[in-house]
Design a protein around this ligand. Structure first.
Ligand code: ZN
Length: 249
């Protein structure tokens, strides 16, 4: 509404009688009230109650685990199975495996993956260590198969929890007491002991350690092999902590 239309006129008309005067006064008050209300000068409208702000329930702060930035995937040397892709090597590096024999460093082991074996390559690492040296879970693993045979001797097949890779341990002297299929073992846990069972020379105790990619159409313990030599992220030093089960040493 414009200012002009809200201006109060000073013009008044002369009363003709007291009754007419009263009527005019009443009409004037009504008009004045309407006028003031229209121009915003009337009585304030009763306030509309505002809804109370909705308070979110107090949540405990969520701890954001910083994502570990890994160094680049190491270069793969030597022959590589055609079924093993670069993405597989990246995934293997993501496992951050540790050397699976206690007390050994990565510098102390040899890459004998391509050593000859009766018309084929070895396709595994032989890691020499004194008899009865603890054998460790190379990563967080699920024990999948425990068997004994004339070639591998006392063996363990295990897998990472996502079932991307199979880890084969052979020539063990024995298992850790109580080890069973289905056990979930933390990286660095003792799962067995170095020995010479199967066809290993009796004077050369070692762990035969093989990594295989899980592959459709093949038994899970029989995938294409991958040379793990360049993909150990740490030495065979067992971590200490409450998440490591108490082993039977
Ligand atoms: Zn071997």
């Amino acid at each position: 509404m414009s200012t002009t239309s809200c201006a109060i006129s000073n013009r008044t008309s002369a009363p003709k009688s007291s009754r007419a005067e009263a009527r005019a006064g009443l009409t004037g008050r009504i008009l004045l009230t309407l006028f003031l209300a229209a121009c915003g000068g009337g009585p304030s409208p009763s306030p509309v109650p505002m809804p109370a702000p909705v308070r979110e329930p107090t949540q405990p702060p969520v701890a954001v685990k910083p994502r570990k930035v890994l160094p680049p995937t190491p270069i793969h040397y030597g022959p590589r199975d055609t079924a093993v892709t670069m993405a597989d090597l990246d995934s293997l590096w993501q496992q951050q495996l540790m050397l699976p024999v206690e007390g050994l460093t990565r510098k102390a082991i040899k890459d004998n993956y391509t050593a000859g074996r009766a018309g084929r390559i070895h396709a595994a690492l032989d890691i020499s260590a004194p008899r009865s040296t603890p054998v460790l879970a190379a990563g967080d693993l699920v024990i999948g198969r425990l068997t004994t045979g004339p070639v591998g001797g006392i063996v363990i097949y295990a897998s990472d929890p996502d079932e991307q890779f199979t880890y084969y341990y052979a020539h063990l002297e024995r298992y850790r007491r109580g080890l069973a299929v289905g056990d979930r073992v933390a990286k660095g846990s003792v799962i067995g002991y170095v020995g010479t069972t199967g066809n290993a020379p009796k004077n050369a105790p070692h762990l035969h350690f093989q990594v295989m990619k899980r592959s459709t159409g093949r038994a899970w313990w029989d995938g294409p092999p991958i040379n793990p030599f360049s993909y150990f992220a740490s030495d065979g030093i067992r971590p200490t902590g409450r998440d490591i089960p108490i082993e039977d040493l």
